[in-house]
Design a protein around this ligand. Structure first.
Ligand code: SAH
Length: 418
C-alpha cells in the first residue's frame, strides 16, 4: 500500500490518541453502526484532504466502515499529527500522504498522490483537491460523482467557481449546516485558538488587550473565549452589521489603525488578506503577539514584515520574533498559519463529532444521489442537519419538549391574533 508519513513507529501512540478522541464522538459512533449494516459507500473511492488529526482519523475509520476505499492527505502543511497518520496506515490500512511541516511541493505532491487513485468522491477542507482537479487533472472530472467541503473559505472558493460556470460536479457545503458552523466555527475555533495561543506563548490573557479581526462565527468564538479569560477585547470589522453586533455583545470596536497601538495580542479570523500590514506593525507595542486562525496564512502580511525587519529569530517553538527598525519586537505565532491547528490540536473532538457526522452523512448522500444532482454547490440536506442535532442531544442525555397538538395548530395558523 502506497503512503507517505513521517514514521510508522508512531502508530501505537496515534491509535491511543484516536481512541481518546473517539470517546467524545458519540454521533459518529452511531453513524458507524449504521454504516456497518447499510454499507452506503461500498466500493466508492473517496479522496479526503483534511487536517490529519485524531478526529479526522476517527472519520476515516467510519467512512471505511461504510465501505469506502479512503485515501487521505493534509489540508494544511502544519496541522498533521504524525502519529495519527502512522496509525491510519498501520492499523486501519488507509493510505495517508501527510507529514507535519511538509513544504509546498510535498503538500501538492501528496494531493496528486491521493488523486492518482481516481476518486469518485472528494472531501475537502479549503478546496485544494477540487482546485487541483479543475486546474491540472480535468480528465478525471467526469469520473467524480460528488464532493463535500468542510470550511468557510472553501465554500467561498467553490461558490465563485460555480458562478463562473467552471465547477465540474456537485459539492455539499458542509460548513453551511447549522450543526457545523454554529458550533465548530464558534466554540471550536474559540477554544482551540486560545489553546494554541496559550500553548505557544504560556502568557496570561487576564488584563491584556486582545484584538480580534473579523466578527464572523470564528471571530465571535475567539472574542468570547479571550474575554472569558479576562482579556479586554477589541473587535475590528469592515461590515457594519457585524460591528454593531460586536458592540452590543459588549466589546470595543475600533479601526485597526487604533487597535494596533494598544493590542497585546492580535488574532485574525477574517478570511481576507493583509488584515495586519506594515502600517499597523509600525504602530504596535514592543512584544505584541500576532496570530491567525483564519483559513490561509495571508491575513498577516508576513512578506512586508520580513522585508522591514532588521532581525528575526525563533525565540520559542511556534514563536518567531521580528525586530523592527524602530527597535520594537513583534512576535508571530506558527508562521501566521492557523494557530489552533499548528500550536494546538485543532477543535476538540466533541465539536468535530458534529462536523464530521455531517461529512459522513453527506458523503453517503453523494454516493447515492450524486449522479442525479446538478453541478454546483448545495447546502446540507435539512433532514441530515436536524438529525445530527437530535443525535448529539441524545448522546448528551438531554431531552427536549415536543409541541402539543394545540401548539402545532397555533403555529400553523394565521387566524389567531390579539
Ligand atoms: N485548508 C485550510 C483549512 C481551514 S481550517 C487551511 O489552510 O488550513 C478550518 C477547518 O478546520 C474548520 O472548518 C474545521 O472544521 C477544521 N478543523 C478544526 N479542528 C479540526 C480537527 N481537530 N480535526 C480536523 N479538522 C479540524
Amino acid at each position: 500500500m502506497n503512503h507517505d508519513v513521517k514514521d510508522l513507529k508512531l502508530a501505537n501512540e496515534g491509535r491511543q490518541r484516536i481512541e481518546w478522541a473517539a470517546q467524545a464522538m458519540p454521533v459518529l459512533d452511531g453513524i458507524e453502526r449504521r454504516f456497518i449494516k447499510a454499507r452506503p459507500l461500498q466500493g466508492v473511492t473517496l479522496a479526503a484532504c483534511l487536517h490529519v488529526t485524531t478526529e479526522t482519523g476517527r472519520l476515516m475509520q467510519v467512512l471505511k466502515a461504510g465501505g469506502a476505499e479512503v485515501l487521505l492527505c493534509a489540508s494544511n502543511p502544519l496541522s498533521t499529527q504524525d502519529d495519527v497518520a502512522a496509525s491510519l496506515v498501520v492499523h486501519d490500512k488507509i493510505p495517508v500522504f501527510a507529514i507535519k511541516g511538509e513544504d509546498r511541493d510535498t503538500y501538492f505532491r501528496h494531493i496528486h498522490q491521493v488523486l492518482d487513485a481516481k476518486p469518485r468522491i472528494t472531501m475537502d477542507d479549503g478546496a485544494d483537491l477540487v482546485s487541483t482537479l479543475h486546474s491540472e487533472r480535468r480528465d478525471q472530472l467526469s469520473d467524480i460523482i460528488g464532493g463535500t467541503e468542510e470550511t468557510t473559505t472553501g465554500v467561498i472558493r467553490l461558490r465563485s467557481m460555480a458562478e463562473k460556470g467552471v465547477l465540474g460536479y456537485p459539492i455539499i457545503a458542509v460548513n453551511d449546516a447549522n450543526t457545523k458552523h454554529l458550533f465548530d466555527n464558534r466554540y471550536g475555533t474559540g477554544q482551540s485558538t486560545v489553546d494554541g495561543i496559550v500553548r505557544a506563548t504560556n502568557r496570561l490573557l487576564a488584563g491584556c488587550t486582545f484584538v480580534v479581526s473579523g466578527y464572523g462565527w470564528c471571530g465571535r468564538g475567539v472574542a468570547m473565549r479571550a474575554a472569558g479569560l479576562g482579556a479586554r477585547v477589541i473587535v475590528t470589522e469592515v461590515d457594519p452589521l457585524r460591528a454593531l453586533e460586536a458592540v452590543m455583545d459588549g466589546y470595543t470596536v475600533a479601526p485597526m489603525e487604533e487597535a494596533a497601538k494598544i493590542g497585546d495580542f492580535f488574532c485574525t479570523v477574517t478570511g481576507d488578506m493583509h488584515v495586519l500590514r506594515k502600517e499597523h506593525f509600525e504602530k504596535m507595542k514592543d512584544g505584541a503577539i500576532l496570530c491567525n486562525s483564519g483559513h490561509f496564512d495571508i491575513e498577516i502580511d508576513l512578506e512586508s514584515l520580513k522585508a522591514t525587519a532588521t532581525d528575526r529569530r525563533l525565540i520559542r517553538d511556534q514563536v518567531e520574533e521580528f525586530t523592527l527598525p524602530n527597535g520594537r519586537h513583534i512576535n508571530v505565532l506558527s508562521e501566521g498559519r492557523l494557530v489552533n491547528l499548528a500550536a494546538a490540536e485543532g477543535h476538540p473532538s466533541s465539536v468535530m463529532d458534529m462536523s464530521f457526522a455531517n461529512q459522513a452523512l453527506c458523503a453517503a448522500y453523494m454516493a447515492q444521489n450524486g449522479k442525479d444532482t446538478p453541478k454546483g454547490v448545495m447546502g446540507v440536506p435539512e433532514e441530515i442537519d436536524r438529525e445530527i442535532a437530535r443525535l448529539k442531544l441524545q448522546a448528551m442525555g438531554i431531552a427536549i419538549d415536543t409541541l402539543t397538538p394545540e401548539q402545532e395548530r397555533y403555529l400553523n395558523s394565521w387566524e389567531m391574533g390579539t
